[in-house]
Design a binder for this molecule. Structure first.
Ligand code: ZN
Length: 686
């Protein structure tokens, strides 16, 4: 599971806190944002603490970072089968077109290319809707005719005219692959989704295939706890439903071979035996594709607690599949931020206190909370589905049985949240939407700390808290599952961010931290997150539903006591918290309610709650937010340029690895396409 940008408002604030003093000094005149286009902005992040790593640690990070870059093409191909064809065509135009490059149309095509890089394909990374270049098909043909045929990904025997027709249809035709992931329950979601996890099979055939497979495994005495379908494409071959596995000598072989090359180098410079064992098992998994090996790897990865360096590399998250079975390739390479990790250790060590004292009914609480580990990390490389857009928190592994028996690792990516925060300095967002100067002041002073602490508690306490009654299915909430689960985790963190116990534990200097979180959470949930929604649409995304549900429910419930107040000033709508203790009680009440719904598997009650408070958008308020936001000229979605790691040799001996921070997104994307593109434009299915 991953946490994406936690709150627009929390991230976009002007702030500096004590625990980040060292980073502040390094920040200097660093350019955090390099450009913005469409609804996207390009940011940079730094790697503070790099020089404190030993040479061997740097070497390990370097090898892992190269492995992280080698899977980029896999992610594109998984998102949609023609993504590589489109990307390579656009790059060929951009690099070969000799006509006028200063026109608006050429610039629009370049913007489209950047959007394709940003989204790892032709569908918006967040809404998953197909997006289009703002150029005419005639102009597109002119551009293509200016590119030598040998620079274009033509099929064998295909003329350039035929190719132009093919690629134009793929890019411009709104009936071709309109949505990457369709969740419309009225359709066959497998057929309706453009993602490349299935070919020629229906939703029913997919479901039947895995049900049968599980039955056969059980009969044969094989492990049935595995994550079925995680690392394969399901296709129909000669009338038979067949899995094509992503592994060495399987689908994606050329990229996986390169990933393995770097992972095997990494295995020679590990820090601890536990780290080595985990890495060796991952290598085995890539070679065999055996899902039992993947589970073994996850358990070994959890056991590696003492290494500083850590990484994710593989088929991990299943958000990209409408059936949540197939995992998209991703990588994050990182090392522990030891100072900041003291904070998460304190939280994890007191997990039982938080569970015991939560407002949840006793029968739904965990008697014994175990296996909660959490750390703050510094990211050194993003890859695949985590690049250029990245989560800010991750909690893995995803397999329920492993989480229950072995626990989970939870991380907060603080150099990323820091970069988001820095890049928003002075953009006017907080000033526009905050209800008062006191709120702004509090936010500047405590907002960054509050945001990080809330993410820590959301990940390592919230998701780990509570238990289902025996017999309740973990999938009982169906399509409302994600929104309710995120709400549960948010409420747990919100309830405790105002607990005096946090002062006692040394986690916060005063309850002002909690107050600033309450201000920004309510402001975001009720007002500002609406700027991410297209006019006329309702809220679909799980995290956004969760925040809307919480803010609206608390507003409605606290109306009589004026706990939260909506008011107008100079024709603009604002929201403010009048009673912080009262709001804390409401958070507690809602947490209790949602935990009961989940524990009992009460689908109807869950549906009612989400549909009533979490989905519908007030059109008038929405329009107002969009207008005020537009005036600020800020793009709502951020993605990152990676730092570059370069080995330095003296007489063939490695003496250091140097970090540089490039600032040209186009250059970085083109260099990745040149140096790390291992899959053909037209991937075969086997
Ligand atoms: Zn979460």
């Amino acid at each position: 599971m991953k946490t994406t940008i936690y709150l627009i408002a929390t991230i976009m604030i002007v702030t500096m806190v004590a625990c980040n003093e060292t980073k502040k000094e390094e920040a200097g005149d660093f350019k955090w944002q390099t450009e913005q286009f469409a609804d996207l902005r390009i940011l940079r992040y730094q790697i503070p603490g790099w020089d404190e790593l030993t040479l061997k640690q740097k070497e390990l990070v370097y090898y892992l970072s190269q492995a992280a870059l080698c899977g980029r093409d896999i992610t594109l191909n998984q998102n949609y089968r023609n993504n590589l064809l489109v990307r390579k065509t656009l790059e060929a135009i951009y690099q070969n077109y000799k006509g006028d490059r200063t026109t608006e149309e050429f610039n629009n095509l370049a913007t489209y290319m950047k959007r394709v890089w940003f989204s790892n394909g032709i569908h918006h990374h967040y809404s998953t809707d197909k997006f289009y270049p703002e150029v005419s098909t005639d102009y597109f043909s002119i551009l293509l005719s200016g590119v030598p045929a040998d620079q274009l990904p033509l099929k064998e025997g295909q003329t350039q005219e035929e190719f132009t027709e093919e690629i134009t249809t793929i890019i411009f035709d709104p009936t071709v692959a309109p949505k990457r992931i369709s969740l419309d329950p009225a359709t066959d979601v497998v057929k309706a989704s453009a993602c490349n996890f299935y070919d020629g099979v229906t939703q029913k055939e997919v479901e039947d295939f895995y049900t049968q497979k599980k039955i056969a495994d059980a009969k044969a005495g094989r492990d049935t706890r595995i994550s079925y379908g995680l690392n394969s494409k399901l296709v129909k071959k000669e009338g038979k439903v067949t899995e094509i596995v992503w592994k060495l000598d399987g689908m994606y072989h050329p990229a996986i071979e390169k990933i393995l090359y770097w992972l095997e180098k990494a295995a020679t410079v590990t820090e601890t035996p536990e780290q080595k064992a985990a890495l060796d098992k991952l290598i085995e998994f890539y070679k065999t594709g055996d899902l039992v090996a993947f589970d073994d790897y996850s358990i070994l990865w959890l056991a590696d607690q003492n290494s500083d360096i850590d990484f994710i590399n593989g088929f991990i998250e299943t958000y990209g599949d409408p059936l949540s079975m197939k995992a998209t390739w991703e990588s994050v390479v990182n090392f522990k931020d030891k100072k900041a990790t003291e904070r998460t250790i304190t939280i994890a060590d007191n997990a039982q206190y938080f569970e015991d004292n939560s407002p949840v009914d006793p029968e739904f609480k965990k008697k014994e909370v175990k296996g909660v580990t959490a750390k703050v990390i510094t990211v050194a490389q993003l890859g695949g589905d985590c690049d250029p857009t990245t989560p800010i928190g991750i909690n893995l592994p995803n397999a329920d049985w492993i989480r229950k028996d072995h626990g989970s690792k939870s991380v907060t990516m603080e150099n990323i949240t820091y970069a988001y925060n820095q890049s928003s300095l002075g953009n006017g967002f907080l000033e526009e939407f905050a209800a008062s100067p006191e709120e702004i002041k509090r936010q500047r002073e405590f907002g960054f700390q509050a945001g990080n602490l809330t993410t820590d508690m959301h990940e390592c306490l919230g998701h780990a808290a509570g238990q289902l009654l025996p017999g309740t299915s973990p999938d009982a909430m169906k399509t409302y599952q994600s929104a309710l689960e995120e709400a549960r985790a948010d409420l747990f963190a919100l309830y405790y961010i105002m607990d005096p116990k946090l002062i006692e534990l040394g986690l916060i200097p005063s309850l002002e931290v909690g107050k600033s979180e309450y201000d920004s959470y309510i402001r975001n949930g009720y007002l500002t997150q609406l700027v991410r929604i297209q006019p006329g649409k309702n809220i679909e995304q799980a995290h956004m539903r969760d925040r809307k549900l919480i803010a609206t429910w608390c507003y409605e419930q606290g109306k009589d006591d004026n706990i939260i107040e909506l008011f107008e000033k100079d024709g603009k709508t604002y929201i403010r918290v009048n009673d912080y203790d009262g709001l804390r009680n409401l958070f507690g009440e809602l947490l209790k309610k949602i935990q009961k719904i989940k524990s009992e598997g009460n689908y109807e009650a869950g549906k009612e709650l989400v549909e009533t408070y979490g989905v519908k958008v007030d059109q008038e308020l929405h329009n107002e937010m969009l207008e005020r936001y537009k005036a600020l000229n800020i793009s709502p979605y951020g993605g990152f340029i990676n730092p570059v790691l370069t080995p330095k040799y003296q007489d063939d001996v490695l003496v250091d690895i140097l970090v540089t921070y490039p600032d040209d997104f186009t250059e970085q994307m083109l260099s990745y396409s040149k140096e790390f593109s291992y899959l053909p434009a037209r991937c075969k299915n086997d």
